[in-house]
Design a protein around this ligand. Sequence first.
Ligand code: DX5
Ligand code: ZN
Length: 216
Amino acid sequence: MAIVAPSILSADFGHLHDEVADVVAKGAEWVHVDVMDGRFVPNITIGPVVTQAVKKAAGEAVVDVHLMIVEPDKYLADFRNAGADVLTVHAEACTHLHRTIQVIKGLGAMAGVSLNPHTPESVLDYVLDELDLVLVMSVNPGFGGQSLIEGVFPKIERIKESITRRGLSTLIEVDGGVKPNNAHRFTAAGADVLVAGSGVYKAEDRAAAIAALRAS
Ligand code: DX5
Ligand code: ZN
């Protein structure tokens, strides 16, 4: 069974509490929060205040915060205090990635590192053993509703192979263009956690979409 993490980027922000509670009630174990700063990515989204509201609405679900921001170190404690259970930073945004990972772990959160589509998985060679999660971007980050980039599949396979070879329990999460009808390709390659924004929130039947993603 895959873990499903609906991305609230595609939710109705005018009814955010209900939109979060809805997907949790329909089987989502994680809720994915996309934080964008208008610098690392072209878009601007939400900060710790809204994350705190998401945490309240999420109940027992894991709040999975994806930081698409420059200088994430400045805000790690704020997002942790807001209720983030997982804090994922981008390798491309961290000058001292190893140190940043230690800070996240020191805050008591699960530590994740995300890779843009062009970033080789080898940047993880000397930090993989420290990580709870690798977030592999299957689109260029910044917007929901994009189509997946095919090159992601061999990359997931290579990361999975490293995790297995090293005997780690690091989760692989995938993000971007994940839908009920292609999710099996991600899990076959080694993905454990499926982020889906439009694939869940824009689905006619959200419960069915979540169930199909979980089963894939
Ligand atoms: C993109 C975000 C994603 C986005 C996914 O930058 O990181 O989490 O919400 O949206 P879909 O699933 O619609 O591609
Ligand atoms: Zn995301």
